[in-house]
Design a protein around this ligand. Structure first.
Ligand SMILES: [Cu+2]
Length: 286
């Protein structure tokens, strides 16, 4: 390789590396950065991730650029004798301080962003509202509670206050796999598991939250209308891959109708089962 080609390469390679890092987030949206756009907490997670990614990218380019430059500039040459260097106090203090400063910046940015990821906001004025006192609660206390129960290998959703302890006595409506919730409403998810550890994860609607037997965990989202796909994110057994989730966000003014239709469908199905049970018992087949 001639010296000119080598010099050109020494410039071109770090440049290519830098531009691929800078352009990657737009070209590979949702591939190397988290999905967002469904809920404020998902958006905040994505923006925090990007800030850290960009800072890390700059550090990576500087360090790798210096490395590539040094490898090229100080490569073995005939007859050359390597310089013997025994430390450089100013340089060492410099990069220790720089690294410490970067950590301080990352810590401050993270703590500034965390509240908007953890604390749910109020539902919008056009949301579907019901009040409850359990955590996590928006400032005005108004939210929709949905209990999410993981079991091998399906998600069950029970809708409304009291879904943790009184779902049966209150005859609360429920559904499997597909959750239906109203738009612009702060939805609190109360997450439990009946068997092994599962993990509730709908990327566009926020972070992953484990469903752990014997414990109750919480998360929230506040979404616009649409369909949001999710997947159990904790290997929970041989059919783990089939444990998908779908969140169907409908306009808030249609929600009451959906709830009553769902309740009516459940009652009708239960009535059919009781009827069948009576017939089978009468026939001596049960
Ligand atoms: Cu699972």
């Amino acid at each position: 390789m001639s010296a000119r080609v080598g010099r050109a390469l020494a410039v071109a390679l770090p440049l290519a590396l830098a531009s691929s890092l800078v352009l990657a987030p737009s070209a590979l949206a949702n591939f190397i950065t988290p999905k967002a756009g469904g809920s404020p907490n998902a958006n905040e997670i994505a923006s925090l991730y990007k800030i850290i990614l960009y800072i890390a990218g700059v550090v990576f380019v500087i360090v790798e650029g210096a490395l590539a430059y040094s490898v090229y500039k100080f490569r073995a040459k005939k007859g050359a004798v390597a310089a013997q260097i025994h430390g450089n106090t100013r340089l060492e203090i410099g990069w220790t301080l720089a690294a410490a400063m970067i950590l301080v910046v990352l810590t401050v940015v993270t703590f500034v962003k965390l509240p908007s990821i953890i604390n749910p906001p109020n539902s919008s004025a056009n949301g579907f509202l019901s009040a409850s006192l359990t955590a996590p609660t928006p400032p005005n206390g108004k939210k929709l509670v949905v209990c999410v129960q993981g079991r091998q290998y399906i998600w069950r959703y029970t809708y409304g206050n009291g879904c943790v302890n009184d779902a049966f006595t209150l005859k609360l409506p429920y559904s499997y796999q597909e959750m239906t919730v109203p738009a612009n409403t702060t939805v609190e998810l109360v997450i439990q598991s009946t068997d092994v550890i599962h993990s509730w994860w709908v990327p566009s609607l926020g972070g992953k939250v484990d469903a752990v037997p014997g414990y109750t965990t919480y998360t929230w989202f506040k979404a616009h209308t649409g369909l949001f796909h999710g997947q159990c994110a904790q290997l929970c057994g041989r059919n783990h891959a089939a444990m998908t989730a779908l969140v169907h966000v409908i306009p808030a003014d249609q929600y009451a109708t959906w709830l009553s239709t769902q309740s009516a469908d459940i009652s009708a199905a239960n009535a059919q089962v009781s009827q069948l049970r009576q017939i089978l018992t009468a026939n001596g087949n049960l």
